[in-house]
Design a protein around this ligand. Structure first.
Ligand SMILES: [Zn+2]
Length: 123
């Protein structure tokens, strides 16, 4: 069975210290029914983008610069997830940044919060 993970190449996660590829490359997020196409690749949330070289899954890390999101669409998407998590805190959900379960009513786990990732998730 061909799953979606095999239908597009997955780029290796880019280290945070390296200059963001997203800044240099022209890309556009691909939408399905008005929300960006996302899925977990290597256990992290990824967004489907269209680049000059074809469609790729970019991890959420690539849209983060310091304590901000570089893409307003990604930022809005995260805000929406945050709202849902606040509204339904009892639902077990995975952390947006890793594969752990998130804290009650949050979209990130305790470890990611400790690492300061709440600064941009809840910026
Ligand atoms: Zn996490």
């Amino acid at each position: 069975m061909l799953t979606r993970s095999q239908s597009f190449p997955t780029r290796m996660p880019i280290p945070r210290t390296r200059e963001k590829v997203a800044d240099k490359t022209k890309y556009s997020l691909i939408f399905t029914a008005q929300t960006p196409e996302t899925k977990r690749v290597n256990k992290q949330i990824c967004f489907l983008v269209e680049t000059d070289e074809g469609n790729e899954w970019w991890s959420i890390d690539e849209f983060v610069d310091g304590e901000e999101f570089t893409d307003s669409v990604v930022c809005d998407w995260v805000n929406e997830k945050n709202e849902t998590a606040t509204k339904f805190p009892k639902v077990r959900r995975r952390c947006l940044m890793c594969n752990s379960f998130s804290n009650h009513g949050l979209t990130i786990c305790g470890r990611c919060k400790f690492m300061g990732r709440n600064k941009y998730i809840y910026g």
